[in-house]
Design a protein around this ligand. Structure first.
Ligand SMILES: Cc1ncc(COP(=O)(O)O)c(C=O)c1O
Length: 750
């Protein structure tokens, strides 16, 4: 650089040093929107007040606790309406700064309508309200931003991670000096770590350089969480390398099926990288028999001489039952009810063998009552994790403290907020706090299940399984729910009824949600439904364990009393609202059905769509009326009278027609007439069902209609003796009344 040029630069710099430059003034403003770096009473007070102010504004979105005022029962903050996302993309990145107070107001505003997880009537999933210690622990981290990339950037905060590992190890029954782990981004993060460790352990460390070149297998039950797909996909192994194992009637992995699949893998020369034990799921609370799976692995030789598979326990839901490790179930110091203590002991005994795992995923933001994200991935042998996954030190980081997990973690920046929240929760609750939180859920669920038991139209569908949720179904008033569900669960003859009542559950769930959230659907006097939820796949029926068609799985309504404030009254309200929603839905369906009938005869395509109350998320599915109102045992005369051909006949004429008919019982599968046959008879269905179909050129049946009790077919014979335009087959054992076409016509015309 020439001398002249460098002189100009210095001059420039000097010019920039102008202390009254506009940017310097603006910088002063900007400095005020950061917390002060010094302890200064005035400045600190401003920051503290802002915080208080923001929390104060947030708290105002909650509804007042005035029990005579209905709003106390609303399980959301502020206003219930659906958010309008349509304008979000028009928002501009402004040119100038905005006052901090305005930003705080806007920020608080975003919470308008949010579910209030702490509310007693918010019971839609395993979404717990975070406890105060965990809120403060994680929020403090946002003030000084510890990064547990390494000890240098997190200093003492890193202790909360190591100490959490020690506390959790003791709970599991591992040696806290040998085991340990890290906080990560959710149950998904834990699973991701587990797969990485498994692949490295089984296929060898060199795969970290060469990539995965073997179709290593991951074995997990079909009830295992869908992250089996996310994680195998994102890690590059491929979703096809996940093998789903069938489950027993309690949704636990079927050990014999697992054994068979393990042998299959060996025969195919595919090493198993990891077997996942699902230790608690949101709906089914399935807990796999981990001890037996450990035995299988210990006695298994992996294909091609590879090391043994990793045993990963996805215990993100089930882990907190371990807090009963030191509880004396006989003395029962917390005085749980007799029924509850049995259940608590049973749940603890299922989770107790968790120590058989090599690695475990634990979520505090689920059954730990801490904020998102707060998951701990823990391994029995911490040195092995470090040794297997460590990478060389990057040039810009130094080993300035003995704690540097970034060498093996996926994340580079890793907030201390997860760790402070988890640690704070463990310390705050202690074992006893968790015992109370879990014991309360069981006591409340027992009460709710008693309510279900007492009501003829309600049935609990997970009666032997007490986790975080009660799953239940509701039926029309004329139906005994327990008997009906028993048939739907066990008898393939009731497959269509299962489907119809599945749709009813779905509509009731939708109704409750829209009564809660859609101002147009709010019902006077019933403005505050609980925020419950619904599943369209709790389990397959017993006769079809591999059912793939979603319509024929068991649907259920769900209530998760996760809030420490949900109590027996909350459950009573759930029951009352569910029955109310059932009545409203059936009323709506009756109206819809009437319009459908009208459409059929008028051939005017108006009707259903206009009368159906539309939900934000789409239309409800149709449910035939016969499932919703009691079927009258109507006589053949009445059946005939409902038919447009016979509606004009008096009782004598009807009797004559019936005397001329012949009743025949026909087996399911029998063909009544074939396309092309001479059409000389008319049929009235007295019971059962028939299918009307045509064969295409390849001989495949193409269904045109299903007809049932009261329907008539073959009326072609009333006009002339043409040929049948379609074939008809019985699909259920049926009774038909058969008339000769000529005679029938003569009697009709009188
Ligand atoms: C059994 C199980 N594993 C993993 C996950 C995924 O956890 P996260 O949502 O924290 O990533 C869930 C989520 O519900 C789960 O139920």
């Amino acid at each position: 650089m020439g001398e002249n040029k460098s002189k100009t630069l210095i001059k420039e710099t000097n010019k920039n040093a102008n202390i009254s430059a506009k940017w310097r003034n603006l910088l002063k403003d900007i400095q005020t929107v950061f917390p002060s770096p010094w302890s200064e009473e005035g400045e600190d007070q401003i920051f503290e007040n802002m915080f208080l102010n923001a929390i104060g504004q947030l708290n105002k979105l909650k509804h007042p606790r005035l029990y005579h005022e209905q709003k106390a029962w609303q399980g959301y903050l502020g206003d219930p309406a659906l958010p309008d996302y349509s304008k979000c993309r028009d928002v501009k990145f402004e040119e100038h700064m905005k006052p901090l107070d305005d930003i705080i107001k806007d920020l608080v505003g975003f919470f308008n309508g949010m579910p209030n997880w702490n509310h007693p009537q918010t019971m839609c999933n395993v979404v717990p309200p975070p406890n105060t210690a965990s809120i403060i622990g994680s929020t403090l981290c946002n003030v000084f931003s510890p990064n547990i990339l390494e000890g240098e950037y997190s200093w003492n905060i890193a202790k909360t991670e190591i100490e959490s590992g020690a506390m959790l190890s003791q709970l599991i029954g591992w040696d806290p000096h040998k085991s340990g782990g890290i906080y990560t981004f959710g149950g998904t993060g834990c699973y991701f770590y587990a797969i990485k460790l498994a692949l490295t352990r089984v296929l060898g460390k060199e795969t970290r350089f060469t990539g995965i070149r073997e179709d290593a297998q991951i074995l997990v039950s079909r009830e295992g969480h869908f992250i089996k797909q996310n994680c195998s996909d994102w890690i590059g192994l491929g979703m096809n390398n996940v093998r789903e194992i069938s489950v027993d009637e309690h949704n636990r992995i079927d050990i014999n099926a697992l054994k068979e699949v393990m042998e299959e893998c060996k025969k195919e020369g595919k090493p198993i990288a990891m077997i996942v034990c699902t230790m608690g799921t949101t709906d089914a609370f399935a807990i796999d028999p981990i001890g037996k799976i450990r035995e299988l692995i210990d006695n298994y030789e992996n294909a091609k001489g590879y090391p043994k598979p990793l045993l990963y326990a996805d215990a993100v839901i089930g882990w907190s039952w371990l807090s009963f490790r030191n509880y004396d179930f006989n003395k029962n110091p917390l005085q749980f009810s007799k029924k509850a203590i049995k259940i608590l002991e049973h749940n603890f005994n299922q989770i107790k063998p968790l120590h058989h795992a090599d690695a475990i995923g634990i979520d505090f933001h689920k059954t730990g009552w801490a904020p998102y994200n707060c998951s701990f991935f823990i391994v029995k042998d911490y040195n092995n994790l470090d040794e297997k996954l460590s990478r060389p030190m990057p040039a810009y980081l130094q080993d300035r403290t003995p704690y540097n997990p970034f060498k093996f973690t996926l994340e580079t920046s890793r907030t201390g907020a997860y760790s402070m929240a988890g640690w704070a929760t463990l310390k705050l609750f202690g074992q006893e706090g968790y015992q109370v939180m879990l014991g309360r859920i069981i006591e409340v669920s027992i009460f709710f299940r008693q309510l279900l038991e007492k009501d003829e139209n309600l049935v609990c569908v997970n009666p032997d399984n007490y986790g975080f949720v009660t799953l239940f179904r509701v039926y029309p008033k004329h139906i005994n729910a327990k008997e009906q569900f028993e048939k739907e669960l066990n008898d393939p003859k009731y497959r269509e009824e299962l489907k119809a009542y599945n749709l009813l559950q779905q509509r009731i769930a939708n109704k409750l949600f829209s009564m809660l959230r859609d101002r147009k659907q709010k019902l006077e006097g019933w403005e505050n439904p609980p925020y419950t939820s619904f599943t369209s796949g709790y389990r397959p029926p017993k006769y079809a364990p591999n059912e793939k068609d979603n319509h024929y799985l068991i649907y259920a309504l769900k209530a998760f009393p996760m809030s420490p404030n949900s109590n027996e009254i909350s459950m009573q309200i759930v029951r009352n609202y569910v029955l109310k929603a059932r009545d409203l839905v059936i009323e709506e369906l009756i109206k819809e059905n009437k319009l459908r009938e009208k459409d059929k005869f008028d051939d005017i395509k108006t009707g259903v769509k206009e009368t159906t109350i539309k939900n934000w998320w789409g239309e409800n599915e149709y449910i035939p009326l016969k499932y919703l109102i009691p079927s009258k045992n109507i006589s053949i005369e009445e059946t005939l009278k409902t038919n447009p051909f016979c509606a004009h006949l008096n009782d004598n004429q009807l009797k004559t027609i019936i005397d001329n008919g012949k009743i025949e019982s026909i087996n399911a599968g029998s063909i009544i007439c074939n396309e092309g046959d001479i059409a000389d008879k008319v049929y009235l269905i007295l019971s059962g069902k028939v299918k009307v179909y045509k064969n295409d050129i390849d001989g495949n049946e193409k269904e045109l209609a299903t007809l049932e009790k009261g329907n008539m077919f073959g009326e072609m014979a009333l006009f002339d003796k043409g040929f049948r335009s379609a074939s008809v087959k019985c699909i259920e054992p049926s009774q038909l009344m058969i008339f000769e076409g000529d005679k029938f016509l003569e009697l009709l015309l009188g």
